[in-house]
Design a protein. Structure first.
Length: 259
């Protein structure tokens, strides 16, 4: 495990970040207060967690929280604050994962205004270690609100990139390549609607990608389904929670993608 963590920090430290330009997304749908529920399933359809999403708005600042409570007692809890002033800008993000579902606990905070990333880890004796690092953040860093960005791009948008500060080695800036993948029907409230499907691909290039594959730490693509219209919504997400581990499908309560 320790050897793997060293490799993780190493390859994220040399990620191809300079090759992709910052891509800020214009605000076309002003976010409003919201409260929704989701169900998380493994690939065999078994429900493993219940998700709760809340969103509050104060002026131009939006604070959203997504928490998954697993049946085995594990928790995935992420709170994000961003500004919606012409474009979207991160204010702060806190993401914590703990419990038997996660091979490696995570407690990572990003403060965009001060460019400070903080990691909290607990050793075998139960002592908490706090490590903070000043990191140069690009304007397009989107920790915690990539889904919101997808609500504000047209379904025929060209592929684009955003930044993500990954919780490795004190925080490593990587790029996410986001591309539309067509449409897919789903059912909700007794009617059939269509969602635009987006693919989110973490860019690990060259020798970095080779090393990641060799040690089994190549993060898989994330697929996101977005209902377009006057009130767009993320209705489905399939990917690894935290960028590793089993693939999980999270669906908005009351929707069905079953054939």
């Amino acid at each position: 495990m320790e050897r793997s963590r060293i490799f993780v920090g190493a390859f994220f430290a040399i990620i191809l970040g300079s090759a992709a330009r910052a891509e800020q997304i214009s605000v076309t749908h002003i976010q409003s207060p919201m409260h929704r529920f989701m169900a998380a399933r493994l690939e065999d359809g078994k429900i493993i967690a219940n998700g709760e999403f809340t969103q509050v708005v104060k002026g131009d600042e939006v604070t959203m929280r997504m928490i998954y409570r697993f049946l085995d007692g594990s928790i995935d809890d992420e709170t994000t604050t961003y500004r919606q002033e012409g474009t979207f800008r991160l204010v702060r993000n806190h993401h914590a994962e703990k419990g038997p579902f996660f091979a490696k606990p995570v407690d990572f905070t990003v403060e965009a205004d001060t460019s400070i990333a903080t990691s909290r880890t607990t050793d075998r004796n139960g002592k908490v270690h706090v490590e903070s690092e000043h990191i140069h953040l690009s304007d397009d860093v989107a920790n915690g609100f990539v889904g919101t960005l997808l609500l504000n791009v047209p379904p025929n948008t060209a592929p684009f990139r955003v930044g993500m500060l990954a919780p490795f080695g004190g925080g490593r800036l990587i790029r996410l390549l986001i591309s539309p993948e067509g449409e897919q029907p789903f059912q909700t409230g007794g009617q059939t609607l269509k969602a635009t499907v987006f693919r989110i691909h973490p860019e690990l290039g060259g020798i970095v990608g080779v090393i990641a594959q060799l040690i089994g730490l190549q993060p898989k693509d994330v697929m996101v389904w977005v209902l377009e219209g006057e009130q767009p919504a993320v209705v489905r997400i399939i990917g690894q929670l935290g960028g590793y581990g089993p693939v999980v499908s999270s669906e908005l309560e009351g929707t069905s993608f079953r054939k």
